[in-house]
Design a protein around this ligand. Structure first.
Ligand SMILES: [Zn+2]
Length: 149
């Protein structure tokens, strides 16, 4: 048993975690009225703290936060019109091209065999489709990065 009085940290440990306490500390508290009174005061204080009501907001925090967040539907409506506008612009330019050069195209392809024309059309179409899909996917990824999702 220590003859020196316990400090505050030791008394708090005695009150809160008596199982982890040093044997010297326990023996001292049992024999010293001064430290026993201090321990009782701490016990009373900790009980009072435990009985305190936990602070609760008097408003619905989750609801308020959700109101501040941007709506998911807006994100969807932001993406699809852009895709359709790109597609319509491409179709518009293709139509203008055929309107202006349609007659000349026929004379241009006269000398080329039909198999070659088929090959050219297939290649160009597949490249265009691939580029459009790739661009749209990149655009979606960037929009997602902007929205922190
Ligand atoms: Zn003491």
């Amino acid at each position: 048993m220590t003859n020196k009085h316990l400090n505050d940290a030791e008394i708090q440990q005695y009150v809160l975690q008596i199982t982890n306490c040093d044997v010297d500390i326990i023996e001292h508290v049992q024999h010293c009225t001064n430290c026993k009174i201090k321990a009782e005061q701490y016990r009373f204080l900790f009980d009072g703290i435990r009985e305190q009501e936990k602070p609760v907001f008097d408003f619905n925090l989750a609801e308020l936060v959700m109101e501040q967040l941007p709506k998911c539907q807006q994100k969807v409506s932001n993406e699809t019109p852009l895709f359709y506008s790109i597609v319509s612009i491409v179709i518009f330019f293709v139509c203008i091209f055929f309107y202006l050069f349609g007659n000349n195209l026929l004379t241009l392809f006269e000398g080329i065999t039909p198999v070659l024309i088929g090959l050219i059309i297939t290649t160009v179409t597949s490249i265009l489709v691939f580029l459009c899909i790739d661009m749209y996917k990149k655009h979606q990824a960037q929009m997602k990065a902007l929205n922190f999702n």
